[in-house]
Design a protein around this ligand. Structure first.
Ligand SMILES: Cc1cc2nc3c(=O)[nH]c(=O)nc-3n(C[C@H](O)[C@H](O)[C@H](O)COP(=O)(O)O)c2cc1C
Length: 209
């Protein structure tokens, strides 16, 4: 594997790729490494509410196919389809996260106790809408980071929002009330260049006050 460390190339030459080399499989360890690096993304109170399901087998891809509307080419040719969910009960991991920070000497026990005492009730009191918003923002940041990390590993991606959001969790054995679908990312070795898309001028949508 050759790593690309050229930030400008990784970030500014990223394009949505929708057709991949079907013969390329991404080893599990490499996929886990890319996911691990993606979760260096920030999240609200470091609760890390993103959950990943890597759909890579033919059987599971067949299950996904009827749920992804017009995005079947990506499903058919990618090394994997990464389903990203947000966990509505992410606070269940609060103690584990903050305990690990203490164990690794990154936080004092007192800070851990004070912060958790504030955060857990705060999170538990969220309305469904508030929690939904928080976990979608956080998980989207991890998704963006995955798209860039994948490029550093020589792969490309396509973010996909066109899927049956009401059926995705259950189809993959997850509780749909707890796991909210955020985005699907197809990932693999590009065999097309992608489209050249335009961007509006920053002056058009930026105000300085
Ligand atoms: C949240 C989100 C959902 C998207 N959904 C789809 C999709 O369902 N199918 C698709 O082909 N592209 C999808 N796209 C890709 C966009 O069309 C693409 O990012 C945009 O046209 C800019 O092109 P670029 O990614 O090549 O820069 C989605 C992008 C985002 C961020």
């Amino acid at each position: 594997m050759t790593m690309n460390n050229d930030f400008a190339d990784i970030a500014y030459n990223r394009k949505s790729i929708r057709v991949y080399d079907e013969n390329v499989k991404i080893p599990k360890e490499e996929m886990l490494e890319m996911i691990q690096k993606s979760t260096i993304a920030p999240s609200s109170v470091n609760m890390q509410p993103w959950r990943f399901v890597v759909v890579e087998s033919d059987e599971e891809k067949a299950k996904l196919k009827p749920l992804i509307r017009f995005n079947t080419r990506q499903n058919d040719t990618s090394s994997a389809m990464l389903l990203i969910f947000g966990d509505m009960e992410c606070y269940e991991y609060g103690e584990e996260i903050y305990d690990q920070a203490v164990a690794e000497g990154k936080m004092t026990q007192q800070t851990r106790d004070d912060q958790l005492a504030a955060i857990i009730p705060y999170y538990k009191n969220f309305t469904r809408q508030e929690m939904n918003d928080v976990i979608k923002i956080d998980s989207s940041l991890a998704a963006m980071q995955f798209m860039l990390v994948a490029r550093s590993y020589g792969y490309d991606t396509n973010p996909i929002g066109g899927f049956e959001a009401d059926q995705l969790a259950e189809a993959f054995g997850l509780d749909k009330d707890r796991y909210v679908p955020v985005m699907i990312l197809s990932v693999g070795k590009a065999v097309e260049e992608g489209y050249n898309s335009i961007r509006l001028d920053a002056k058009e949508f930026t105000t300085f006050k």
